[in-house]
Ligand binder design. Structure first.
Ligand code: TPP
Ligand code: MG
Length: 801
């Protein structure tokens, strides 16, 4: 499509059919938005955010969107999803209602509010489908502009597939890197830092990425004059425009109501991005939002009368109708006929979606009502049971919450009666059946999850020497890059010098600048590169230079990476490895260990805290055989320590979720991880000299945590527990305590209060003394253990202080 000049063989009839088809998609989308709003206002759906006023540019984008391409966009893109055939009327309403069946709401099985679009990259077993024969949308998230970092990675994957020789030119993810990553973003969201960070990074990387800014001059109620310098994003990005002398962007401008101009613009963008791998920004201006931002609130409150009447006139659908009539595509009568037919279709689709949504729940309601009636008949508390039963029965369109509330309330009344166990079992079975609809797939449920990888110990021979530990990391990466062509690593100072600790020394020379790459100082988009590339079958290792700087990336990790499997009900994955280094070294921003914050922000990502480089290398080897994302934190002060060089580099595997007992003992269990383990080992040695025999356990993996409950087994023997952690008080130590006491139920075996020894509540101070007075020391550990032993046997261990 579409200019007839461009396609001489296209007859006017073909042309007309195509335009009418476009119009039908747009009007279907609009009707869904209008009816969707009503569904929320009448209480059938909870919240609605639609794409009305932004339909026409999406038709143009869909026309040039090929199989294999990826979208990374936001909640206005319903028309696009309909136009590429990935969303129909019934599915739209299923999403609005929150239908928990993926067959009805393929976007998220009811987990996300409507307007968050996605396609399925994985089959029912969690294995990759052939993404080159389908149109792909990475799963949307709500934080504005957070779709941008991932977009960068989706685009970069094409560049990698096209240019890295060791990769096949055609596979399930790419056909010679011809795929474009298409981004969409609202005008106001371009104010976010990650938008500008992505723009700069894509300009540097020169990747096939086309960003459309849907500009309606507002971000909810806030006008462009408060959002954007000069109120015009393409104007202020002009410096990014490429010219004869330098790389950059192609920046295009178009009005969102101008159907033929939009089609031409998108054709041009597609060509530049595919052929030249140059990023393109399309500023789509003069869009409208006829129903206001969302179902909460109305735009009449903040738009002037003048603006509102301009929006009516320049509504892109109104403009498209005028254009169709002016170009003899359809008469007003024909258009009205189409509109009426589609209105009916949408209404029918809505009804079908609603019935499909409520029917199974009604069946469950009937099932419980029958059980409760039987219970009531035999119960001395019949009046009360009957009341709950009648209340439940009278609900015309029940939720599962209504059902469970009734059952659980009745259970309390019938304690001790014959029917108690019947109802209790019904509740348990029902919950077991329903709970996964809301809680499955936080992690991979495929047969490639981390638990499917078997441990392989590091092996040594007579020639194995003690070396600087960084060499183990380096040589293991060497083995990884030669074994897995789809691996690549990138970060600040990662390429040319081989990372700040030389764990990648010489790797860029050996594997090239695309696979071992330096990147700008921009942590959020480093993670985004990793997410996007991992979603397209590569195995990226994204390096964050120091753990302290992970905070710049934590939002993307938390909102995007950690939720990906969950929010798609297991239909997308990004097995990204994030490599960083941290814990104690020097000063406030090179020795933090904010593990409590991290583990609580990234449920859905594994968090691994190896105490040495052999363990760390083993984690990388494990992760590359699994299909899950993980963060590996190497010990910043461990690179120059000596470790023995294993003989099976690239092959030994550290198990995930398994603790290691590194010293057995009978008096007390000491639990720690990372750099602190070495101090604990030293303290344990000194304590043994006075007869206190500590068992020392290295957690190794904070998420998942000690899946076989080995710490409890230790406490059964020692009856005492001390957790040593260099995070703030109540940080990771509180989490570890919760796991051991609450989850593992170890409190039963304790003879004294379980305790934690942590860092000070402030950031670590600089220098040797700064460290000593900020973080737990060997003496702190010794004295803490001693005081616990003193409490139990003051005669044997008289007080030190
Ligand atoms: C990080 C973040 N801050 C605030 C919000 C709430 N919010 C949702 S949409 C929106 C306005 C976005 O405006 P714009 O980007 O112009 O898109 P439009 O809705 O106008 O298409 C805001 C502030 C959010 N979702 N995420
Ligand atoms: Mg806007």
């Amino acid at each position: 499509m579409i200019s007839q000049e461009a396609n001489k063989t296209m007859t006017f009839e073909d042309f007309k059919t195509e335009v009418l088809n476009d119009y039908k998609i747009a009007i279907t989308s609009r009707e869904c938005s209008l009816l969707g709003r009503k569904e929320v206002l009448t209480g059938k759906a909870k919240f609605g955010i639609f794409g009305d006023g932004k339909e026409v540019p999406q038709l143009a984008m869909a026309k040039v969107f090929k199989n294999g391409d990826f979208r990374s966009g936001y909640y206005r893109d319903k028309t696009f999803m309909m136009a590429i055939g990935e969303l129909n009327i019934q599915q739209f309403f299923a999403g609005l209602y929150g239908h928990t069946d993926l067959n009805h709401d393929p976007m998220s099985a009811g987990r996300q509010m409507g307007g968050h679009f996605s396609t399925h990259s994985l089959d029912q077993n969690g294995n990759w489908k052939d993404l080159t024969i389908q149109k792909n949308s990475s799963a949307d998230i709500s934080p504005t502009a957070a779709q941008m970092p991932r977009l960068l990675g989706l685009a970069q994957a094409s560049k990698i597939y096209r240019n890295v020789d060791v990769l096949p030119k055609k596979n399930n993810f790419s056909n010679n890197g011809n795929e474009i990553a298409w981004g969409t973003i609202g005008n106001a969201s371009t104010s976010e830092g990650v938008f500008l960070e992505t723009i700069n990074a894509a300009g540097v990387l020169q990747v096939p990425m086309v960003i459309s800014v849907w500009d309606d001059e507002y971000g909810i109620s806030v006008h462009a004059r408060h959002q954007t310098t000069k109120e015009n994003i393409s104007e202020i990005l002009k410096g990014f425009q490429r010219d004869e002398n330098s790389n950059g962007y192609e920046i295009l401008n178009v009005f969102g109501w101008d159907y033929p101009a939009l089609i031409e613009t998108y054709q041009k963008a597609e060509q530049i991005a595919t052929e030249e791998h140059v990023p393109v920004l399309i500023h789509v201006q003069e869009l409208t939002q006829p129903q206001g931002h969302s179902t909460s609130g109305s735009h009449e409150r903040y738009k002037s009368q003048e603006r509102l009447s301009w929006e009516t006139e320049f509504d892109c659908l109104a403009q498209l109708r005028t254009w169709m009539m002016a170009n003899n595509i359809a008469t007003l009568e024909e258009i009205n006929g189409i509109d009426a037919g589609i209105k009916k279709e949408v209404l029918e689709g809505k009804k079908a979606a609603w019935n499909a949504f409520v029917e199974p729940v009604k069946q469950e309601q009937l099932e419980l009502v029958a059980i409760l009636e039987n219970i009531a008949n035999a119960s001395p508390n019949r009046v009360f049971v009957q009341k709950y039963t009648n209340d439940l029965k009278s609900i015309k369109e029940p939720s599962r919450k209504d059902i469970l509330i009734a059952a659980r309330k009745v259970l309390r009344i019938i304690v001790g009666e014959n029917s108690q166990s019947l109802l209790a079992n019904w509740i348990k079975n029902y919950t077991n059946k329903i709970q996964p609809k809301f809680s499955s797939h936080l992690f991979s449920q495929s047969n490639k999850n981390v638990f499917s990888v078997e441990e392989v110990s590091a092996t040594y021979d007579d020639n194995s020497e003690e070396v600087d530990a960084r060499l183990i990391i380096r040589d293991n990466f060497d083995a990884i890059f030669s074994k897995y062509p789809e691996t690549l690593i990138f970060g600040e100072d990662t390429g040319n010098i081989g990372d700040v600790n030389q764990g990648l020394e010489g790797m860029q020379e050996k594997y090239g600048e695309l696979r071992v790459a330096d990147v700008g100082i921009r942590e959020a988009t480093i993670i985004g590169q990793g997410i996007g590339m991992a979603m397209r079958g590569l195995r990226p290792i994204a390096e964050i230079q120091y753990l302290d700087y992970l905070l710049y990336a934590i939002q993307i990790m938390s909102d995007d990476l950690a939720t990906l499997q969950y929010r798609t009900h297991g239909k997308q994955k990004a097995p990204l490895i994030i490599r960083t280094r941290g814990h104690r070294l020097e000063g406030i921003w090179h020795s933090g260990s904010p593990m409590g914050m991290i583990i609580n922000a990234v449920r859905g990502i594994h968090v691994l805290v190896p105490r040495n480089m052999t363990k760390a290398a083993g984690f990388y080897n494990t992760l590359l055989e699994a299909d899950e994302p993980a963060l590996v934190i190497e010990c910043l002060n461990g690179y120059r320590l000596k470790e023995k060089m294993p003989t099976n580099l690239g092959k030994f595997k550290t198990p995930i979720g398994v603790v290691e007992t590194i010293k057995s003992g009978s008096d007390i269990t000491l639990v720690s991880y990372g750099s602190t383990v070495r101090l604990v080992e030293q303290a344990a040695k000194e304590l043994l000299e006075i007869g206190i025999d500590c068992e020392v356990i290295d957690v190794q993996s904070l998420l998942p945590f000690d899946v076989s409950h080995d710490i409890k087994k230790s406490i059964v023997n020692t009856n005492r527990l001390l957790i040593i952690d260099e995070d703030v008080p109540g940080g990771a130590s509180a989490y570890i305590l919760h796991e051991i006491i609450d989850v593992q139920n170890s409190y039963k075996y304790l003879d004294s209060k379980p305790q934690t020894l942590t860092a000070q509540p402030h950031r670590p101070s600089y220098g040797t003394d700064g460290d000593y007075f900020s973080k737990p020391s060997v003496e702190d550990i010794y004295e803490k253990v001693y005081s616990m032993m003193n409490e139990s046997n003051p005669e044997k261990y008289p007080a030190l202080f």
